[in-house]
Write a protein that binds this ligand. Structure first.
Ligand SMILES: [Zn+2]
Length: 369
């Protein structure tokens, strides 16, 4: 088979994989109808995917028109695995996820300097991959940082980026020949939203934690800007007379609605408040403050919605611990002012670690289909 034929075969295999993923189960006849490929080609491709362990035959259905029986196929969950990491400010998580995005192995460690961390993540990747019958499809690392071209950590307000190039070098070569991607955690959190709704293509996830960031997906693709720095939602100004931010601008959202900013404001109202949990346990007492935060956030959301016209804006992170009341306040402030579009605002419902789930879904979409 020459290079051109090999490429066509790979693309056809990806097409079959995509269709079976979308429909859950399909027969060879269904695949022939949906792709327009010849029965021989479809059968040969399906046999190859079964041989590779990616498809499994699961049952038989009767074809009404002919009365003949057709074998159904679906994706074999343990036919391949993604090894994904979430490098957070304090904790780094490495997980192995199957083709249904179910976590099969989990490892957690403190986030230390990047060189020590790279060795720990590398050893975990090698340990996960060494388990018999573990076909590793891809390795994806999500980091709390601005990432350029899926490969370079350019800066981070949360991590010490010393040794960043070596960190990437060590991990990108951990498993020789296996596709490797580096992504910002904010973008992976947004990407994770697509596992539950395949029609969700234009989505913005807003992460409110120690910092405030956003991941933006447009037409199903990550929008990271010219050199990876898009989505700095925390530095969107909503008040030209507001406090001066670390970025030099005035009235940025981060110093107004990040978790440390909320705790600081609550502490000014009640000096006994020292952490966010105390606010979560006393939402009635801090109702005025919570409304104020919801209003500030809504101005940012309206700006985003008017700029990008997303289907959905998803809120994620510790802020969601304020519960449905906070979400309702955000909606009450936002919806009447969203006169030009109809973006839906919700909390994220992605199960598990949204960064590793997003990394796995990213690998699935960029390697398998
Ligand atoms: Zn700022």
């Amino acid at each position: 088979m020459n290079h051109g034929q090999q490429l066509i075969k790979e693309n056809n295999e990806k097409l079959l994989f995509k269709l079976v993923r979308e429909h859950t189960t399909l027969s060879r006849a269904d695949l022939k109808r949906l792709t327009g490929l010849s029965p021989t080609t479809v059968s040969s491709l399906a046999d190859d995917l079964i041989a590779k362990g990616l498809f499994i035959e699961t049952g038989i259905k009767e074809v009404k028109s002919s009365g003949r029986k057709a074998t159904l196929m679906e994706i074999k969950p343990d036919g391949g695995y993604f090894i994904c990491a979430d490098v957070g400010k304090k904790i780094t998580t490495v997980e192995c996820l199957d083709l249904n995005f179910k976590v099969t192995r989990h490892f957690e460690t403190e986030t230390t300097n990047l060189l020590t961390l790279a060795e720990k993540i590398k050893n975990t990747i090698l340990s996960f991959a060494s388990k018999p019958d573990t076909n590793v499809i891809g390795v994806v690392i999500g980091v709390s940082a601005i990432v350029k071209h899926s490969r370079i950590i350019s800066s981070s307000s949360l991590l010490n980026t010393e040794g960043a190039d070596e960190f990437v070098e060590i991990l990108s070569t951990a498993l020789e020949g296996v596709p490797f991607y580096l992504q910002s955690d904010s973008n992976m959190k947004a990407y994770a939203e697509t596992i539950q709704d395949k029609n969700l293509k234009d989505i913005i996830s807003i992460d409110i934690d120690d910092g405030v960031g956003a991941g933006i997906l447009l037409k199903g693709r990550i929008f990271s800007g010219h050199d990876g720095a898009a989505g700095e939602f925390g530095h969107m100004s909503i008040d030209i007379n507001g406090p001066v931010c670390t970025c030099g601008n005035k009235g940025c959202l981060e110093p107004m609605i990040s978790i440390p900013a909320i705790v600081k404001r609550a502490h000014e109202l009640d000096p006994s408040i020292e952490n966010f949990s105390q606010i979560v346990c006393n939402t009635d007492k801090f109702h005025g403050l919570i409304c104020e935060i919801a209003e500030y956030l809504s101005y940012g959301i309206i700006n985003l919605a008017n700029l990008f016209n997303p289907q959905e804006i998803v809120i994620i992170g510790p802020i969601t611990r304020l519960g449905d009341t906070f979400l309702e306040h955000v909606r009450e402030f936002t919806y009447p002012r969203l006169t030009l579009n109809q973006a839906k605002i919700s909390y994220s419902t992605v199960p598990g670690n949204p960064v590793t789930v997003g990394c796995a879904k990213y690998a699935f979409d960029h390697i398998l289909i």
